[in-house]
Design a protein around this ligand. Structure first.
Ligand SMILES: [Fe+2]
Length: 324
């Protein structure tokens, strides 16, 4: 699969697609395709090339239902079936996870959503994550479909972690190339006084892995600055203060505005991102909006990350490759 933009553009044109970049380093809107239709192999290949090139692609005005969403996803890989999903998810479609209620996540643990978010916010960049990044084999891609969205607010932002890596100075790239970091679910959570259902949940379902700090993308060969504000606990082999200072600097690098793109959802919008080469920021303003926001997510299975020296990630607890 090529990442050369000229080739990508040509393949897209031949397949009848319009690929319109949305920002300098990341994001493109794709027009001229009905995702609910029967897609030619050439169209699928052109979309895949655009995802690899632009890291996240957007489609608007689509009319996918659950079956269509899964059929589209299946053209690109194996769909992850989560053993546990929120109550809004459709029971007949195990590959689809639905978020319908901003109270839902915190509410599961007896908290208002805002309190839950606040207790988890151990750094200002806490909301930036890749999906299921504490697993040893995080999903390769996510395909998110908007059903109902507020008239304003609720935007999602993505960042290109290949560009963030390339933008580091050469000595720093050499330094981070050889490092690994522990990624863990629930990093920095501030427990409630007394019994805290979320703490119990975290203890019951610990997930942690040792990932390379720089992973080599399995399809493009690009080096990816594999950090995020949500799961990364500690750079292995460094002292706590060294790790904290370096992580803060790397995260600042990874969220530099020029490496990001922000998407304004409409009903029928679909975003398809490479979960290996990006992180994304879930919206933090939805509690301001007295409006439902119903989104459906399908994820594609991913492989175990590999570092620059060829060393693969290792599970610490709670996940094994291919088993959800
Ligand atoms: Fe996410």
């Amino acid at each position: 699969m090529t990442t050369d933009s000229g080739m990508t553009d040509e393949a897209a044109r031949k397949a009848g697609l319009e690929v319109k970049p949305a920002a300098g380093y990341i994001g493109a809107e794709i027009g001229g395709v009905d995702l609910a239709g029967d897609l030619d192999d050439a169209v699928v290949a052109a979309i895949r090339a655009a995802v690899l090139r632009w890291k996240v692609v957007f489609f608007r005005g689509q009319r996918l239902d659950h079956a269509g969403h899964m059929a589209f996803a299946r053209r690109f890989g194996e769909i992850v079936e989560l053993p546990r999903r929120g109550k809004a998810s459709p029971p007949d479609f195990p590959g689809i996870e639905t978020t319908a209620d901003r109270l839902e996540l915190g509410g599961r643990f007896g908290m208002e959503h805002d309190e839950w978010l606040r207790r988890r916010r151990h750094t200002l960049l806490r909301g930036w994550h890749c999906d299921h990044g504490a697993r040893v084999d995080p999903p390769a891609a996510t395909i998110l479909r908007a059903e109902t969205v507020p008239p304003y607010g609720g935007d999602t932002t993505w960042s290109n972690l290949a560009a963030a890596y390339a933008g580091l100075s050469a000595p720093l790239r050499r330094f981070v190339d050889g490092l690994r970091a522990e990624h863990r679910l629930g990093v920095g959570y501030q427990p409630r006084p007394g019994d805290d259902a979320y703490v119990r949940h975290l203890l019951d379902r610990q997930v942690a892995s040792l990932h390379p700090l720089v992973r080599v993308h399995p399809e493009t060969g690009e080096r990816i600055l594999y950090v995020n504000g949500y799961y990364v606990e500690q750079i292995a082999g460094l002292s706590r203060p060294e790790s904290a200072a370096i992580l803060e600097m790397l995260l600042e690098q990874a969220v530099r505005p020029e490496y990001t793109v922000r998407f304004r959802w409409e009903p029928g919008s679909v975003a398809f991102w490479d979960n290996r080469a990006t992180m994304h920021l879930a919206p933090g303003d939805t509690s301001q909006l007295d409006h439902p926001r119903i989104m459906h997510r399908v994820m594609l299975a991913g492989d175990v990350p590999v570092g620059v020296d060829g060393t693969a990630s290792e599970p610490i607890t709670g996940s094994s490759p291919g088993h959800w």
